[in-house]
Design a binder for this molecule. Structure first.
Ligand SMILES: [Ca+2]
Ligand SMILES: [Ca+2]
Length: 122
């Protein structure tokens, strides 16, 4: 008799981004719908539960020229090969470098396993 032992995944890794920080340059003349591609998070555990399940955008912009936050939304589409296409999409026209010359956004990726683990990036 041959016995094959198969391990059941435990959620013991947090989603991680390949870099902790990235800088993207965008023209202030960009139109709504313009998107910025970002590297996805990876989680060594198996999807869908213990792997990356959710991305969240945290706006940490502080601009003296305007009280409004960053006009970007996060859009994540799971590809057929299981990887995530992660993009920031410009929501409104009128980026104005003279009002706000820099936006600071943090992307948080989390898994959905027991005691969910998180990894951040900005
Ligand atoms: Ca995990
Ligand atoms: Ca695991």
């Amino acid at each position: 008799m041959q016995v094959t032992i198969e391990l059941i995944d435990v959620n013991d890794h947090a989603p991680q981004f390949s870099t902790q920080r990235t800088r993207v340059r965008v023209s202030e003349g960009s139109l709504p719908g313009a998107s910025i591609s970002l590297p996805p998070a990876r989680d060594l555990d198996s999807p869908p539960v213990n792997g990356v399940a959710e991305y969240r955008l945290v706006d940490e912009t502080s601009c003296s020229g305007t009280a409004e936050g960053a006009p970007f939304d996060l859009r994540v589409e799971r590809q057929s090969d299981g990887s995530d296409d992660v993009r920031l999409v410009l929501q409104s026209p009128g980026l104005d470098r003279e009002l706000c010359d820099r936006y600071t956004l943090t992307i948080v990726a989390s898994d959905a396993g027991s005691s969910p683990q998180k990894g951040g990036k900005n």
